[in-house]
Design a protein around this ligand. Structure first.
Ligand SMILES: NC(=O)c1ccc[n+]([C@@H]2O[C@H](COP(=O)([O-])OP(=O)(O)OC[C@H]3O[C@@H](n4cnc5c(N)ncnc54)[C@H](OP(=O)(O)O)[C@@H]3O)[C@@H](O)[C@H]2O)c1
Length: 336
């Protein structure tokens, strides 16, 4: 089923930061943030076993499992099984080694075989306290986590997770599946396969104001041609486009800080909030179905919703394009 028919609104809520991504978020603050999302009318939630080794799923589940299951859309991911036993020593998360150091200490098994996929799904349902997921993303079979070995992981998933999820989708157990990654190549490779095709994908950090050139070259034209939709993950590039200091899950480099300063000169000139510019840019591509910003503070949710609704003068987008800060190929919001 097409993502657009499943996801009710253009904005959802991403729960990676609730896995204690950058700091140890107190339980009551995490719960209040999810509750704020629900109370403000958010009805699409994205999570994953990886986020704090099950912590984000547990925290999300505490709130949404109290709501009627048909009232919201839920996605989680496969490829990481969370064990009861605790990790001794450092975790291997590729480029993102320090992510979730404040999360739960449970051991994580990284596996994308058919059997691991079934186990991963069972674990997610238990932690979330729900009886079904709507969308399942095959998580992080990409260079950033596996270096050159990513193609082996991809092959494991192609013959494992992809087939299990296609079957579950055909049986009506889930409504859609796809890849959830921070890189474009695995999605391009999947869309080129002569195999059961995914219904969409979650692409994180690669279709933002700060980074979109690569996605525009090959992936998005392919997706448009095949009628496959995109959920935009990390629309604030992990924080810097929302007033934070992180870019790509680490402290932003001086070059990125300078680029954001130049974007802010234009947002200030037009009295536009940078959050609105970031979200509306990511959503303007015809392949974008929704964006899932993350947060750990309840006040962020109302900001995100206001950002999607904010009226941005067409001149703002024209200036942004003329300044060379966005690709000339990037579709701009209607009216620009
Ligand atoms: N491989 C994958 O499948 C993948 C990868 C990445 C992301 N995703 C999905 O995409 C979602 C969103 O990505 P993300 O959460 O990593 O990044 P993001 O949405 O780009 O940015 C989230 C960060 O923005 C900060 N922020 C929001 N409003 C702010 C403000 N007014 N001032 C300062 N900081 C502000 C939040 O800080 P606070 O914590 O202080 O609120 C949060 O840490 C994830 O949660 C996940 O669901 C998927």
């Amino acid at each position: 089923m097409k993502l657009r028919e499943i996801i009710p609104d253009r904005i959802g809520f991403g729960t990676a930061p609730l896995g204690n991504m950058f700091r140890a978020v107190p339980d009551d603050e995490a719960r209040a943030t999810v509750q704020a999302a629900w109370d403000e009318g958010i009805r699409y939630f994205d999570t994953a076993p990886l986020y704090g080794a099950g912590l984000a799923e547990l925290r999300l589940g505490q709130v949404i499992s109290q709501q009627p299951r048909d009232a919201y859309v839920l996605s989680s991911k496969v490829g990481r099984i969370i064990l009861d036993e605790e990790e001794v020593g450092a975790r291997d998360l590729g480029e993102k080694g320090a992510l979730f150091e404040h999360g739960r200490k449970n051991k994580i098994v990284h596996e994308w075989t058919a059997e691991a996929t079934e186990r991963s799904l069972e674990g997610s349902l238990t932690r979330l306290g729900v009886d079904r997921l709507d969308i399942v993303w095959v998580h992080d079979i990409a260079q950033d986590f596996h270096g050159d070995a990513w193609l082996q992981k991809f092959e494991e998933a192609r013959t494992g997770a992809f087939r299990v999820l296609s079957r579950l989708r055909d049986q009506g157990v889930i409504r859609a599946w796809g890849l959830g990654v921070n890189r474009t190549e695995p999605i391009e490779l999947t869309l080129a396969l002569d195999e059961p095709q995914p219904d969409g994908f979650l692409l994180a950090g690669r279709y933002t104001l700060l980074d979109h050139e690569h996605a525009l070259q090959r992936l998005l034209p392919m997706a448009a041609e095949q009628g496959v939709g995109m959920v935009v993950g990390g629309p604030y590039s992990s924080g810097i486009l929302a007033g934070g200091t992180h870019f790509e899950y680490a402290d932003a480099s001086p070059e990125i800080v300078e680029k954001v300063r130049r974007i802010r000169e234009i947002t200030d000139r037009y009295a536009v909030s940078i959050k609105a510019a970031a979200l509306q840019f990511s959503l303007a591509h015809p392949v974008s179905v929704a964006a899932v910003p993350g947060a750990t503070k309840p006040s962020r949710i109302a900001e995100d919703i206001a950002a999607v609704q904010e009226k941005i003068p067409a001149g703002f987008w024209v200036d942004l394009r003329q300044s060379g800060l966005v690709s000339p190929q990037a579709p701009l919001p209607e009216g620009a």
